[in-house]
Design a protein around this ligand. Structure first.
Ligand code: DC
Length: 224
């Protein structure tokens, strides 16, 4: 049976870093789908297209080629032939990705690419619609969350370590704004799949979160 693990959750739940660690322990690839929407959002910003304008965004989809390659097991996200992995973590790109990802045509293109990748390799995929759409048949689904204050605090501390001095309140406001947009969009909004296991990491350490997910995976697939 191919190993397909779906992890969804709101902004700052730790999906990317926890998913990376779990995938490494299982020796499978980790696909961060948010990076694909971020690369698309970056393309819109560069082209001067308003990510909130559905018609304009939809018109430009065929001009944008987002792809993912693995180098030493690490995901690199490309726009055409340019590796944009290091350019997509800014606040501006986060907001553009959240807006552009609300449009059905954008989602169709990204979901099709993600399903193709999942069919080719054992994978852990994280995002917003993985358990509900991309890997809707996966037997291992996790909804990873934590309180907004805990998520904002973690993000704020990560930012500080990277030299970004945005205040805690601004981080919390941006996080709430993006969650609202991701959870209320008409097409495939963020929600917990009915058969997903809820994991609230508000009072868990990083290592405890990783172990909890490994236990869920082991219940489904046996010891890997
Ligand atoms: O996971 P992230 O914060 O890097 O994702 C950036 C944005 O992309 C997020 O605000 C919503 C969108 N997204 C999505 O709509 N569906 C996914 N599977 C992953 C991300």
């Amino acid at each position: 049976m191919p190993v397909n693990i779906a992890i969804d959750g709101p902004v700052g739940a730790g999906k990317s870093s926890v998913s990376d660690a779990v995938a490494k322990r299982l020796n499978i690839l980790h696909l961060d789908t948010g990076a694909m929407y971020r690369a698309f959002g970056l393309a819109m910003l560069r082209m001067g297209v308003d990510p909130m304008d559905e018609q304009a965004v939809t018109q430009h989809i065929s001009d944008v080629n987002v792809s993912v390659r693995y180098e030493d097991g690490m995901q690199h996200t490309y726009l055409g032939t340019e590796d944009v992995t290091g350019l997509i973590r800014t606040g501006e790109v986060s907001a553009a990705a959240s807006s552009a990802s609300s449009w059905p045509a954008v989602r169709r293109a990204m979901v099709a690419a993600q399903k193709r990748m999942a069919a080719e390799a054992d994978m852990l995929i994280d995002g917003r619609d993985i358990g509900t759409v991309v890997l809707d048949k996966s037997p291992a689904k996790i909804y990873l969350t934590a309180s907004p204050e805990v998520r904002a605090r973690r993000r704020y501390e990560q930012n500080l370590a990277a030299g970004d001095t945005t205040s805690y309140q601004e981080v919390l406001d941006a996080l709430n704004q993006r969650d609202l947009q991701d959870m209320t969009r008409a097409t495939d909004p963020l929600r917990q799949a009915e058969d997903a296991v809820l994991l609230d990491t508000s009072n868990m350490s990083f290592d405890e979160s990783v172990e909890a997910i490994l236990q869920i995976v082991e219940r489904v697939y046996g010891k890997q």
